[in-house]
Design a protein around this ligand. Structure first.
Ligand SMILES: Nc1ncnc2c1ncn2[C@@H]1O[C@H](COP(=O)(O)OP(=O)(O)OP(=O)(O)O)[C@@H](O)[C@H]1O
Ligand SMILES: [Mg+2]
Length: 370
């Protein structure tokens, strides 16, 4: 595990999953490794009332109803489509669900314009076909086909970015639950074992969600994941992720609560401004998601560690914020500038302290970006 840049959830939480499996007495659908209640507990964390002798931390933050509906869907006949703004934790939730249900979250197909039917069905090992002809041996199953054969969960990231051919192929997989291999004379159908399901994700900012064919829509349950706007949950997510980062880099640094507050407040302010904007030019290109907040803090921490005095400072945080949100010049720069003048400056004048340092850092960053 230590020599993986990023371990999949089933590896990272192997101990927890083994423990939960050992105490799980609930009924399990198909060959699930955990009962639905334990899957929920793994994802949302344990409470005292659960009576476990081990504390299971929360891993995905959001409404419990989303998690429950997702779990129910996986036990049903339909696929699960997690849909929402960028950075709302859709892929992370998909990974956790797959890890908890079948201890394998890595059977993933990435949807792009270049994704073909082969990527969700099968392809051939050409040199083996030349040597031995076409057979099950020379066939290379896709991750989705492997999931069918094993009766586990296959994942499809960014479903709406794939072409309609690919989406059509998925319809047949989801309704027939088998794939035929016309190239072979016998043994030419792969049936899905019970427990097979698909978790797809789609970004609602990408065009294409509405273009999903109604046939495909019918085969998925949609779970819409909203941007977390509750400051308390957001603080928890950011803290959770940051601790992980610090551990991974073996960085010994405290994130002062006042700076965490400034980060959360500035995102809240910028979101409010975006919500009242009347045109796209007045709106940052960024979706201002929690994931972006984490990114901003991560960059600031690493910057302090590499180039600073190993203490996180408000100036550094401001620089990182401006740097990651200023994507379009001049539109985004103008919006950020307006924010500094209209919101941060008055705050610095009133309260001073860290907001003044934040303002200075922000101004410097804008000056160097313009
Ligand atoms: N609700 C949440 N709970 C826990 N972590 C979250 C949450 N939202 C975002 N994150 C963290 O933010 C990061 C990005 O999340 P993720 O990649 O799952 O987003 P996404 O919704 O799939 O975005 P995209 O549409 O861009 O693919 C992850 O590291 C994830 O842990
Ligand atoms: Mg994603």
């Amino acid at each position: 595990m230590s020599d993986m840049l990023r371990a999949p959830a089933e590896v990272k939480y192997a101990d927890e999953l083994a423990y939960l499996e050992s105490v799980d007495t609930g009924p399990k659908p198909f060959s699930w490794r955990l009962s639905p209640r334990m899957v929920r507990l793994f994802i949302l964390g344990s409470e005292r009332a659960d009576g476990l002798d081990r504390d299971i931390p929360q891993k995905w933050f959001g409404d419990r109803s989303f998690v429950e509906r997702s779990i129910v869907t996986l036990a049903s006949d339909r696929g699960l489509l997690l849909i929402g703004d960028p950075g709302t934790g859709k892929s992370w939730l998909a990974e956790l669900l797959a890890a908890a249900v079948c201890r394998n979250s890595t059977l993933v197909v990435q949807g792009t314009a270049g994704t073909t039917e082969d990527h969700i069905k099968y392809s051939w090992n050409v040199s083996m076909v030349i040597a031995k002809g076409q057979s099950r041996e020379s066939m290379i199953p896709s991750p989705i086909m492997t999931a069918m054969e094993q009766g586990v969960i296959g994942r499809f990231e960014e479903l709406t970015r794939s072409t309609s051919d690919v989406q059509d192929a998925l319809i047949s997989i989801l309704s027939e639950k088998y794939v035929s291999i016309p190239e072979l004379d016998h043994d030419n159908i792969v049936f899905a074992k019970p427990g097979f399901s698909i978790i797809a994700t789609a970004n609602s900012r990408d065009r294409g969600v509405n273009d999903l064919s109604s046939a495909l829509k019918r085969r998925f349950n949609f779970v819409r994941i909203p941007v977390v706007s509750n400051k308390k949950s957001e603080a928890e997510i950011v803290r959770f992720r940051t601790e992980e980062l610090l551990r991974r880099h073996r960085i010994d640094l405290d994130v002062p609560p006042t700076l965490l507050d400034i980060l959360l407040q500035s995102f809240a302010d910028l979101r409010a401004a975006a919500a009242s904007a009347t045109s796209d030019d007045e709106k940052l290109e960024s979706a201002l998601s929690t994931a972006e907040q984490i990114g901003v803090l991560e960059d600031a921490i690493l910057h302090s560690q590499f180039f600073g005095d190993r203490q996180l400072r408000a100036e550094t945080l401001a620089g990182s914020l401006m740097g990651s949100l200023a994507r379009r010049s001049p539109e985004d720069l103008a919006i950020l500038n307006k924010y500094l003048h209209g919101v941060v400056e008055p705050r610095a004048k009133q309260g001073g302290g860290e907001w003044t340092a934040f303002l200075d850092g922000g101004r410097q960053a804008i000056a160097s970006l313009s």
